[in-house]
Ligand binder design. Structure first.
Ligand SMILES: Nc1ncnc2c1ncn2[C@@H]1O[C@H](COP(=O)(O)OP(=O)(O)O)[C@@H](O)[C@H]1O
Ligand code: SF4
Ligand SMILES: [Mg+2]
Length: 330
């Protein structure tokens, strides 16, 4: 793989609360190459949105990077006491959130909103070039009649169309990195599949680096080259999507797969009992231990180190062999 477009090393992010600090991300490593789609998968509360927000300088005031770094194209943009992410948001990095369609301004036509983004980040373009670009980005989003949509107010658009416009807002500047945080979650299944296909096409045609965040591991499977499974702020498993789905090493990944209705058989809908712990700065041991059917004494004694898998992915589990015989979907 060529030099990574996004290089996250040991990123640790904490929230300061009145009486304690909560660890939201812990020693997260992630590389995304040009033309690559990485899926970030995990239950609600695992830190996915915090990861996206930290990459674009949108962390809440009480949330700080305490260790590690993020580099874009080899330039360090985020580390403790350093935050250059605002300078790259919009131009270099496009971001689409779950509620992006709803946050379109109801008072302005689509063309006005697209133009405003272009004026802010692409002052180098002429008016004619801006208009061409707006039309092109809507075409890319498979909007049938771009001229009509450009001239519409957001509330005149269907939910699916409004979400495409929201994605177009993130893409119109021509960013090399796109972050999509649950951006299809509010859509019906058919529209969801269409949007995922559009993203795949975008990556294949334009070689952007895409971070596709979702709680739905099977949706990630449709589009991602590699996945990172997150639990309680840590990466617990990474690897090529096919392998992670076929033969997960971490019990949490198995649990996520088994909680998908119909995965490997109609009777497989088991879910994972319990919920993720809140993690403080002195939490020790495997964060999944309270919910893990294979937990042993050593799992709780010390933090679990990262192990490298033969496919260059990895996992954070002391007893991956405990999964023997359960790793294939039944
Ligand atoms: N500003 C904040 N202050 C305190 N806790 C926060 C703050 N922002 C996020 N958190 C906590 O961080 C954890 C991860 O949240 P989030 O990144 O939104 O996860 P996800 O997107 O995976 O659902 C949650 O437990 C959430 O409550
Ligand atoms: S380290 Fe232990 S508790 Fe944690 S996932 Fe592995 S077997 Fe389960
Ligand atoms: Mg989220």
């Amino acid at each position: 793989m060529s030099a990574p477009v996004i290089d996250i090393e040991g990123l640790t992010v904490e929230a300061r609360l009145a009486d304690r600090s909560q660890v939201i991300l812990h020693e997260l490593d992630l590389e995304v190459g040009q033309g690559e789609v990485i899926g970030v998968v995990g239950e609600s509360g695992s830190g996915k949105t915090t990861l996206v927000r930290s990459l674009v300088g949108l962390l809440d005031k009480n949330v700080k990077v305490v260790d590690g770094s993020v580099s874009l194209h080899g330039n360090r943009v985020l580390a403790p006491g350093l935050d250059k992410t605002k300078a790259v948001r919009g131009r270099e990095v496009g971001v689409v959130f779950q509620d992006s369609a709803r946050s379109l301004d109801p008072l302005f036509k689509v063309k006005t909103q697209l133009k405003e983004v272009l004026a802010a980040h692409r002052g180098d373009l002429s008016r004619a070039e801006m208009t061409d670009r707006m039309t092109e980005v809507l075409r890319r989003m498979k909007v049938g009649d771009p001229a009509r949509v450009l001239d519409s107010y957001p509330h005149h658009l269907s939910g699916g169309l409004a979400q495409r416009v929201a994605i177009a807002l993130a893409l119109v500047t021509g960013p090399r990195v796109v972050l999509a945080d649950e951006c299809t979650t509010a859509l019906d299944v058919t529209t969801q599949a269409e949007v995922v296909a559009l993203f795949r096409e975008l990556v294949d045609d334009s070689q952007v680096a895409l971070v596709f965040v979702t709680h739905n591991i099977l949706l990630a499977a449709d589009i991602c080259d590699r996945v990172v499974v997150m639990y309680a702020g840590q990466a617990v498993e990474t690897g090529p999507t096919g392998r992670v789905l076929r033969a997960p090493h971490h019990p949490y990944t198995t649990g996520l797969l088994e909680s998908v209705p119909g995965w490997g058989g109609a009777d497989t809908f088991q879910g994972i009992p319990g919920s993720a712990p809140r993690v403080s700065t002195d939490t020790v041991g495997c964060r999944f231990a309270d919910r893990c059917p294979y937990a042993a004494a050593d799992c709780r004694a010390a933090d679990v180190p990262w192990s490298i898998a033969p496919d260059a992915g990895g996992y954070r589990c002391l007893h991956p062999l405990a999964l023997a015989g359960r790793s294939e979907p039944r």
